[in-house]
Design a protein around this ligand. Structure first.
Ligand code: SF4
Ligand code: SF4
Length: 455
């Protein structure tokens, strides 16, 4: 049984742990008696208005009425995370790269130290007093500008200390340039590092060639060995970019976990300069099947008390467990902004140099009016069809960049994946309640960095 209420304020579902009710508002999950679940399913099917459905849910389960989060106007929160586009250039030539190999449609360039320092100052100046801050380094390939990376970390630590603040660091890299000194540096400064790797050698090398056409897999493995020998970052994640040609995902997940990553996550390509590498609406059925196969494996392993760091699954478990109630898909334009090599600030790292997404400059400050407009317009309750989607406060409305370019073509996948995760959550909570307290402790040690890593 899976049934959404007419106004999508709730979802009834069955799992091996019995019938449950998911309430959209604050993403709450309740176990139900079989008789109550059957009666609710029957009467919800006949309910013809939102008010009637809400009253039924309240009468039969005692669960409160849902509320809508939409506000007339949203003021931007203080900054918390900046990502710095250290090198708008890359040493690789991946066919699906949304960033035009880092150049974002312009010429290749590197961020000068003066801009990186101004970014640190801006983050400190526009953040809330006492808040821990995150500085992310991205590209293109940020290690092409490692001199500025290292000098910026030194400067940020000094500036943060002077201001009585804590600054943490993340790096998103293709890992092909990591040398022994880099590894020691990333280890010493407790970096969260996200490495792009799309599968075992044949699959990865097809999708992720170097500029000379050779494969990147062997170089990434050498980097992993270097990090093992000279210093491991605090958290090492693998990001797998999935195209319609990627093949089966479970073997890729197992392969990457075998390489020793702390977390492995999949992301489907929706926007690509080579259209054959981007998902169409018809590609999502197969993707859903494969993600669920990976999720089932994770559920089995975690239920047995074994480690299985499938990032998409573990993130969903935590979001459901804490009762996620997000009005946006991400922090873009809110606590998170991305800085281009020349110092312009943008809603996020995917829209660098796009005037429509410009939100200030590190030398003069963020553009509060533009951020407020973006946040007001993009509240999930204001989006259509999100306002009537049961998954809205777990999903947040979909990546702004992808929605702008492709529309909401992934919604059925998102809902099917989340419906699977809800039922897996009830089974994992029944089998291993301690999983959630252990994961909470882990999060307390590094949640902010991990979040920055997924940006
Ligand atoms: S983007 Fe799609 S899945 Fe997400 S809230 Fe909107 S309608 Fe629902
Ligand atoms: S979800 Fe999309 S809009 Fe948000 S930070 Fe990521 S790429 Fe940018």
């Amino acid at each position: 049984m899976t049934a959404a209420s007419p106004q999508a304020s709730a979802l009834l579902f069955d799992s091996a742990a019995g019938p449950h009710l998911f309430v959209t508002d604050r993403s709450r999950v309740y176990g139900l008696e079989r008789g109550v679940a059957d009666e609710l399913a029957h009467r919800l099917a006949a309910a013809c208005s939102a008010a009637e459905a809400d009253a039924l849910i309240a009468a039969l389960t005692g669960v409160e009425q849902p509320r809508v989060m939409e506000q007339a106007s949203v003021q931007p929160p203080p900054l918390r995370t900046l990502s710095l586009n250290l090198a708008q250039a890359c040493n690789m030539a991946c066919g699906y790269c949304y960033a035009d190999e880092g150049r974002f449609g312009g010429r290749a360039r590197s961020m000068p130290l003066e801009v990186a320092r101004a970014s640190v100052d801006r983050l400190l100046a526009e953040s809330a007093p006492g808040e821990d801050l995150v500085l992310g380094f991205i590209g293109g390939e940020p290690l092409l500008n490692r001199r500025v990376l290292r000098a910026t970390v030194d400067y940020a630590l000094q500036a943060a200390r002077g201001a009585g603040r804590r600054m943490r660091f993340s790096l998103t890299t293709n890992a092909t340039l990591v040398d022994a000194e880099d590894a020691a540096f990333l280890h010493e400064h407790g970096f969260h590092v996200s490495v792009s790797l799309d599968g075992a050698q044949p699959g990865n090398d097809l999708l992720r060639p170097m500029r000379d056409g050779s494969g990147s897999y062997r170089r990434v493995l050498e980097a992993l060995e270097t990090m093992q020998r000279h210093g491991r970052p605090r958290h090492l994640a693998a990001r797998v970019t999935v195209t319609p040609r990627s093949g089966e995902l479970l073997p890729i997940l197992q392969h990457h976990i075998g390489l020793g990553f702390d977390s492995v996550g999949f992301a489907a390509v929706l926007t690509s300069p080579d259209p054959s590498l981007a998902f169409d609406a018809t590609d999502f059925d197969g993707f859903t099947r494969q993600m669920v196969a990976c999720g089932r494996q994770a559920l089995q392993e975690l239920s047995a008390g074994r480690c299985f760091p499938f990032g998409n699954f573990e993130t969903a478990m935590q979001e459901i467990h804490r009762g996620s109630h997000r009005p946006y898909p991400c922090g873009a334009g809110a606590g998170y902004l991305s800085v281009g090599a020349s110092g312009g600030m943008y809603a996020c790292h995917r829209v660098i140099d796009e005037p429509a997404w410009a939100m200030g400059d590190v030398r003069t400050g963020t553009d509060a009016a533009r951020r407020a407009r973006h946040l007001t317009l993009h509240q999930v309750d204001r989006q259509q069809p999100c306002g009537s989607c049961w998954a809205r406060y777990l999903c947040g409305g979909g990546c702004h960049h992808e929605v702008q370019r492709r529309g909401r073509i992934a919604c059925d996948y998102i809902r099917d994946w989340l419906a699977f995760c809800l039922s897996a959550y009830t089974e994992l909570a029944a089998a291993r309640p301690d999983y959630f307290s252990a994961a909470r402790q882990q999060r307390a040690a590094g949640a902010d960095d991990a979040r920055a890593n997924t940006l």
